[in-house]
Structures are given as structure tokens and as C-alpha cells.
Design a protein around this ligand. Structure first.
Ligand code: BJW
Ligand code: ZN
Length: 261
């Protein structure tokens, strides 16, 4: 019991700064030893750039019901309503820039031989920050897809017409994975390969509630990876991971990488 308690204490590293410094030092050592690193990010990393998260007191789902806006049924029922919501988000995102956590991860990929950044975020901020080895598993808000010919194109027009159309005449939709839709097979395969091969998995700013990303921590752990979580709050994965560091991504992530390379 004592050992379990101690392990729990070790994992749940909160505001005690010397303990947190030790934890960050441990992560630095793990990064230095690792030849294969995988990173999973969620809305929390972009929260530090002023992008709203989905859940929580200020989250998008507080004011909008996911099934009304983020499902193919909702789009079939009322595409103008759905495009209105995406136009609002595109307008907001057009004003946002990457923060030090995005930049630190972009720098990290240049120093690790096998590296993959898996992101659930659709905001494109990792790519703006310079990350190249990125798997955007839920799509990208700056891409549109034709519902008829399926062609995907980059489109940064803000706002788009409420019923935007493709050159073939078909209705365009956001190139985003909605609830009940499957993730693109190629990025999913790439992600599972990286999770199974990595020595170190860093999980940053996700509530760990949405599948299949919610299964990534157990998959990596089962394949022998050392798993570190960075989040403002405890998550359903906090007891599973090797190290759970509580704090803001923009502060913790650059500290984890500082002086390592
Ligand atoms: C900070 C911070 C700071 C804040 N620093 N940290 C198995 C079991 C049960 C259900 C399912 C299952 N398999 C599939 C499902 C159904 C469904 C699902 O998971 N439902 C759950 C809700 C239960 N999954 C799907 O439908 C997926 N499709 C699929 O699996 O297909 C096959 C299939 C279908 C149906 C049945 C079975 C199989 C598709 C999921 C697509 C999710 N899409 C969304 C919306 C896109 C719309 C859009 O953006 O326009 O993607 S949902 C939303 O949640 C968005 C996010 O990417 C995703 C994850 O959210 P995230 O990133 O974790 O954000 P938050 O807000 O939840 O958390 C933020 C965190 O940051 C918090 O922890 C904060 O504490 C922290 N934080 N500030 C550090 N500064
Ligand atoms: Zn088309």
C-alpha cells in the first residue's frame, strides 16, 4: 500500500517546484537516451495560444452540442449552421500563433532520429511552428473536402460562403474527422506504428477521452515505452503513465527540452 501510495505521489507531480524540477530533469534524461520519440498533443497545447479547448468550463462543448455541429448527420441536416460554426472558428484561429510549446516540439524533431508528432488538433499550429513529421489524425480546419469528388484542398479564405462549392459543383465540407467517422487509415497506421516502436511517449494537453487517441497511452505502455503526461489537471491516464506533470504546456514543454540538444 505504501509503495503504491509513493508511486502515486511520484506520478502526481503538481505545484511543488523542486519535485517538478526533478521530474523535468528525468524527462530530459529520457529524451537524451531515446532513439524513437512519439508525441501526442491535444487542445491544451493550443490553449496557451488562446485557442478554446473542447471540454472544461471555457470549452467549446459548453456552448455548442457536439452532435449538433461535429457529426455528418448535423452537416446533412443543416450545412449552413455547421459552416457558420467553422467560419467563426476559422476567423478566431486566423488571429492565433504558435506558442513556445509548439516551437519546442518543432525543434525537437530535428534532433531525434525516429520522431512523430501525432496531433488531435485541427488548428495547424504545429505546422506553422515548423513541425514536419506530423500526423493530423482529426484533420485540418484549413482544408476542405468535396462531398462529391472527395478532392481535398487547402483553403484559408475567411469567411467562406455558408454553402461553399467545389469546381465540380459539389458541396464542400471541412476536412475534419467528426464523431462516428473513421480516421484516415494511413495516418492511423503511421500513428500505431510510432506508438509501438517508441521508447518515449509525451502526451501533452489532452483530456484522453476521445477514441482512438484515448487508447494511445496504453498501447505505447504495453509496448514498453516510458510515458510522460503534461496537463493542467489529472486525466484518466494519470495513473497509467510513468510521470504526470501538472502545469501549462507553454512552460513545461520548453523546460523539458532546454539544454537537452
Ligand atoms: C492544458 C492546458 C494548458 C488545458 N497546458 N494542458 C470506444 C469507446 C467509446 C466511444 C468510442 C470508442 N471508439 C470510438 C468511439 C466514438 C467516439 C468517441 O471517442 N467518443 C468519446 C467521446 C466517448 N470516437 C469517434 O467517433 C472517432 N471515430 C472513430 O473512432 O471511428 C470508428 C468508430 C466510430 C464509432 C464507434 C466506434 C468506432 C472520431 C473522433 C473525432 C473527434 N473529433 C473532435 C471534434 C472535431 C471537430 C472540430 O474540431 O471541428 O476532435 S472531438 C474533440 O475532442 C476534437 C478533439 O481533437 C478531441 C480531443 O479533445 P482534446 O484535445 O483532448 O481536448 P479537451 O478539451 O477534451 O481537453 C483539453 C485538455 O487540455 C484538458 O485535459 C485540459 O486539462 C488540458 N489543458 N489547458 C496543458 N495550458
Ligand atoms: Zn468536387
Amino acid at each position: 500500500m505504501n509503495i503504491l501510495h509513493q508511486q502515486h505521489e511520484d506520478r502526481a507531480i503538481g505545484e511543488r517546484s523542486s519535485v517538478k524540477d526533478d521530474a523535468i530533469q528525468q524527462v530530459r534524461a529520457r529524451i537524451q537516451q531515446a532513439t524513437c520519440v512519439t508525441v501526442l498533443t491535444g487542445a491544451g497545447i493550443s490553449a496557451d495560444s488562446g485557442v478554446p479547448t473542447f471540454r472544461g468550463p471555457e470549452g467549446l462543448w459548453k456552448n455548442f452540442r457536439p452532435e449538433q455541429l461535429a457529426s455528418s448527420k448535423a452537416f446533412e441536416r443543416d450545412p449552413q449552421l455547421v459552416w457558420g460554426w467553422y467560419n467563426w472558428r476559422r476567423e478566431l484561429l486566423a488571429t492565433k500563433t504558435p506558442n513556445p510549446a509548439h516551437f519546442a516540439l518543432a525543434e525537437m524533431e530535428g534532433h531525434v532520429r525516429n520522431f512523430l508528432l501525432i496531433t488531435q488538433n485541427v488548428d495547424g499550429l504545429h505546422i506553422t511552428a515548423g513541425s514536419k513529421r506530423v500526423a493530423e489524425i482529426h484533420g485540418n480546419i484549413w482544408k476542405v473536402r468535396c462531398t462529391v469528388c472527395q478532392q481535398v484542398t487547402i483553403n484559408r479564405e475567411v469567411p467562406l460562403p455558408l454553402l461553399p462549392s467545389c469546381s465540380c459543383g459539389g458541396l464542400l465540407r471541412p476536412h475534419i474527422v467528426w464523431f462516428g467517422e473513421t480516421l484516415p487509415a494511413q495516418v492511423l497506421e503511421q500513428s500505431f506504428n510510432a506508438l509501438q516502436e517508441c521508447d518515449l511517449l509525451l502526451i501533452i494537453g489532452t483530456s484522453g477521452l476521445v477514441y482512438p487517441a484515448a487508447s494511445f497511452a496504453p498501447v505505447a505502455k504495453d509496448h514498453g515505452a516510458y510515458v510522460v503526461e503534461v496537463n493542467l489537471d489529472p486525466t484518466p491516464h494519470s495513473d497509467l503513465v510513468d510521470l504526470s506533470i501538472q502545469g501549462r504546456a507553454k512552460d513545461i514543454v520548453p523546460q523539458m527540452l532546454s539544454g537537452v540538444f
